[in-house]
Design a protein around this ligand. Structure first.
Ligand SMILES: O=P(O)(O)OC[C@H]1O[C@@H](O)[C@H](O)[C@@H]1O
Length: 284
């Protein structure tokens, strides 16, 4: 977690603070009261990638409010909004994870909450004072992709219906003449497993760019890349905003040539590269 203090003269300072976990598992945090004498705004940045970080964040915001008598705006950036994929109750008995997480965030009473490329419209609708940085704006920070898209060198692939609006937005922004091809996953209704991936267009001899919000285990992109390859795609690249890569990059070897992702889920130095796949991290 990084916490910055802003002053009225435009100074931004990264704050030091103490935190530790008690042997019983509870979190503890303490700031230096003297650091806030001239503070007019506080900015908090955290990659909320596990539950203990959420508790630490809530303790931090509580401590900051107590120190500043709740009189100073606190702005939070959590690039990856956890539980955003649980945005509907698919099967009776499940929780609405996105709403649970939004409640935690809203209870902190923040003046602004910035998230990147929300999975769907549900999380931004549930979070108070939210700013959702669009996928297209994040992709635009990658010079190589922006240039290739503007030159019309890439065919865009929307991996499923949920990604189609954002993929069209990329084309609209960089080059409205770009080919955009829709793919779709056919799932086993009972298990949720992908049983088939279909591509609604011709990719023979083309350099394609798949664009999506999250790569978790990678099944979506493995299956899609297999079909793209079998249908003759010449070069396969993947842009994903949130690179979780829970199964590593090796699962894409021989299928995907290049992967582009932001540092929303982990800092650059914590990515494990692959020997055969080009990996470019877009630092924000
Ligand atoms: O296939 P993996 O990488 O596990 O999961 C990523 C997919 O799951 C969806 O929610 C994401 O939008 C993406 O399409």
């Amino acid at each position: 977690m990084e916490i910055f203090s802003h002053t009225s003269t435009g100074h931004k300072t990264l704050l030091n603070f103490d935190y530790f976990t008690f042997s019983g598992g509870e979190e503890h945090i303490r700031f230096n009261a003297s650091d806030f004498a001239e503070t007019t705004k506080i900015e908090v940045f955290e990659r909320l990638t596990d539950s203990s970080k959420l508790i630490r964040l809530m303790l931090a915001v509580d401590a900051l409010k107590r120190l500043t008598y709740g009189a100073i705006p606190i702005e939070l950036t959590i690039p990856y909004f956890p539980y955003a994929r649980q945005d509907r109750v698919c099967v009776e008995g499940e929780a609405l994870g996105a709403a649970v997480m939004a409640q935690f965030i809203n209870n902190m009473g923040l003046s602004k909450v910035t998230i990147w490329d929300a999975h769907s419209d549900v999380s931004p609708a549930l979070i108070n004072n939210v700013v959702n940085v669009p996928q297209m704006a994040l992709l635009a920070r990658c010079e190589e992709l922006s240039t290739r898209l503007a030159k019309g060198e890439l065919t865009l692939i929307s991996p499923d219906a949920g990604a189609s609006k954002k993929t069209l937005k990329i084309a609209e922004t960089f080059n409205s003449e770009l080919d955009v091809i829709q793919a779709q996953k056919v799932r086993d209704l009972k298990t949720g497993n992908i049983i088939e991936t279909q591509i609604l267009g011709d990719v023979k001899g083309k350099s394609v760019l798949i664009a999506d919000d999250i790569c978790d285990g990678g099944r979506t992109f493995i299956e899609l890349a297999k079909v793209l390859k079998s249908q003759g795609a010449a070069e396969i690249s993947l842009f994903i905003t949130h690179g979780i890569f829970s199964k590593g990059l090796a699962v894409f070897e021989g299928l995907i040539d290049a992967i582009y992702t932001t540092d929303s889920f982990r800092p650059v130095n914590e990515f494990k590269p692959s020997t055969t796949i080009k990996l470019q991290i877009i630092e924000m």
